[in-house]
Design a binder for this molecule. Structure first.
Ligand code: UDP
Length: 253
């Protein structure tokens, strides 16, 4: 059996060279980490749930014309994506205060923000992904002004799409993080939503009870992470025994 080439091993995913040039296989692991990997555990089933949930969101975004790197799900743990150069920023969108903004600005968790707030963190584990401003991003050349305009518009479109999708199943989208990739087409580059969209990178609260259905369950030892993620998948109608039909590629051009 031929061994495939591992490109990168991250905290929650491993990336392998894809079957065709310009493609990558994303393998979703069961590993959960928090606090810059100080807390680590293996949670059976998490990778399968995130693979299917991320497919569901990326396909939906494709359907409303938001470009993503997603091509197709290959099996329960793997998906095929377009290879792209990741912009070294974590793009965070917040609708309600929670986590670091609550600590930083002393706003009670759960306070509705006057409008969605978009923040940027520089992707560097050794530095703990520090918050940066557009001044830093421009000065250090991480993204151009045109890129930043496009990234802001992508982030807000993803926010509207996800907020509505979750609201329909009784879940409040408190905040989330996305990553942006560059795809080169000859002389041109396009920006796409990359990485994953899953309860690992969102804060999701039940609208009525306030119950947390995201990675805070793990970060704050609030119970079973698989139960929480399964509840999200169940409400969206994409439990692993009833996943979205695989194999249909989304055009990203
Ligand atoms: N987030 C993420 N990866 C990170 C940092 C944050 O996916 O490395 C997500 C996190 O799950 C939350 C949002 O981004 O949905 C905002 O996180 P925050 O800045 O409040 O950080 P935290 O409280 O997790 O340190």
């Amino acid at each position: 059996m031929a061994r495939r080439k591992k490109i990168y091993e991250g905290k929650a995913k491993t990336l392998y060279e894809g079957p065709e040039p310009g493609t990558i296989v994303q393998y979703f692991k069961d590993d959960a980490t928090a606090f810059n990997a100080e807390k680590h555990d293996v949670i059976e089933g998490k990778g399968v749930l995130n693979n299917i949930l991320s497919e569901f969101f990326m396909l939906g975004l494709g359907q409303i014309g938001v470009p993503t790197h997603f091509l197709k799900r290959l099996n329960m743990r793997e998906q095929l994506v377009r290879s792209c150069e990741i912009v070294p920023l974590e793009v965070i969108v917040r609708n309600y205060a929670a986590g670091s903004i609550s600590k930083r600005l002393g706003i009670d968790e759960g306070t509705q923000l006057p409008r969605p707030i978009v923040e940027y963190c520089y992707k560097d584990d050794a530095l703990g992904d520090p918050l940066v401003t557009e001044e830093h991003i421009a000065a250090f050349g991480w993204a151009s002004q045109q890129d930043m305009d496009d990234i802001l518009s992508l982030a807000l479109r993803v926010n509207d799409f996800l907020s509505g999708m979750f609201l329909a199943v009784g879940i409040r989208l408190v905040d989330f993080k996305i990553e942006i990739g560059r795809i080169y087409d000859g002389d041109f580059q396009r920006l796409v939503v990359a990485d994953e969209i899953s309860p690992d990178s969102c804060r999701l609260w039940d609208i009525n009870s306030g119950e947390k259905l995201d990675k805070d369950v793990f970060r704050r030892d609030l119970g079973s992470l698989t139960d929480a993620y399964s509840e999200v998948a169940r409400r969206l109608g994409v439990m692993p025994n009833n996943p979205p039909a695989p194999g249909k590629p989304t055009l990203v051009n």
